[in-house]
Write a protein that binds this ligand. Structure first.
Ligand code: 5GP
Ligand code: ZN
Length: 113
């Protein structure tokens, strides 16, 4: 049995505030948002980290990132946005299903960085 929390979100077994979904990719709000609108984008297929992504999986994922960034921009009106991806425990990865953080920025004191 797959014990991965993000696979469970993909399967609809645990709830998540999904902001985008297609055949290959899901985006949802981070449960512990570092800033308002902090969103995670994941491939539906379980891949532990960047090293395991195939070019095809990476292409499917990054294909929709600009759309999601624009949706965040429209909804939250940040003044900037960071993309972040932690690979490996020592790099800060805590969920071992590949995910890209989209972190909207609101200026000094926004809680990140
Ligand atoms: P990492 O530290 O691996 O780069 O990021 C993992 C992220 O997943 C964290 O920001 C954490 O808040 C988020 N997260 C962990 N569990 C859940 C969950 O069950 N639902 C959602 N929406 N986010 C989660
Ligand atoms: Zn998984």
């Amino acid at each position: 049995m797959n014990d991965c929390i993000f696979c469970k979100i993909v399967a609809g077994e645990i709830p998540a505030a999904k902001v985008f979904e297609n055949e290959h990719v899901v985006a949802f709000l981070d449960i512990s948002q570092v800033t308002k609108g902090h969103t995670l984008v994941i491939p539906k297929i379980h891949k532990e980290n960047l090293y395991e992504l195939t070019p095809e999986i990476a292409a499917h994922l990054f294909e929709i990132v600009p759309n999601i960034a624009n949706a965040i921009k429209g909804a939250y009106e940040p003044i900037g946005l960071n993309l972040l991806n932690n690979n490996g425990e020592k790099a800060g990865q805590s969920v071992f299903h590949y995910h890209l953080h989209l972190i909207p920025r609101y200026g000094e004191g926004d809680g990140f960085g």
